[in-house]
Write a protein that binds this ligand. Structure first.
Ligand code: SF4
Ligand code: SF4
Length: 118
């Protein structure tokens, strides 16, 4: 009896798994970022030299290269907005901005993204 119940449960999960394989659900970046844990700091660890950005030589690569979409442009605003709280601390933007407009410092000790090992 217990075995039958277990078997039923197993079959249901198997169906769901097969369905998921047939129609994989594409997660949006926002969904994935929702699973990331942060210890938010009050102060931004990222600063931009907006004057340098006016003569950007990389077609504003910061807007597309950041996996966490930290850099965005808001309609009607000239300056790039920095959502520093979402930073994954990968360091990509520091390399990609060859104009060196980005001043990126490690967040204060214990602040920022929380990575788990294992
Ligand atoms: S931060 Fe760097 S890549 Fe982004 S707009 Fe400014 S100069 Fe360009
Ligand atoms: S360090 Fe990585 S996650 Fe953080 S702002 Fe730069 S590119 Fe984005």
């Amino acid at each position: 009896m217990g075995y039958e119940q277990g078997k039923e449960g197993f079959d249901l999960k198997k169906e769901e798994a097969e369905q998921a394989l047939k129609e994989p659900k594409e997660l949006k970046i926002e969904d994935k970022l929702f699973t990331v844990k942060y210890n938010p700091s009050k102060d931004s660890h990222i600063k931009i030299n907006h004057e340098v950005c006016k003569k950007c030589k990389t077609q504003k690569i910061c807007l597309s290269i950041c996996p966490a979409k930290v850099y965005t442009e808001e309609e009607g605003k000239e300056e790039i907005h920095i959502a520093f709280e979402n930073c994954l601390e990968c360091g990509t933007c520091r390399i990609a901005c060859t104009d060196n407009a980005i001043d990126w410092q490690c967040p204060q000790g214990g602040m920022g993204v929380c990575y788990r090992c294992g």
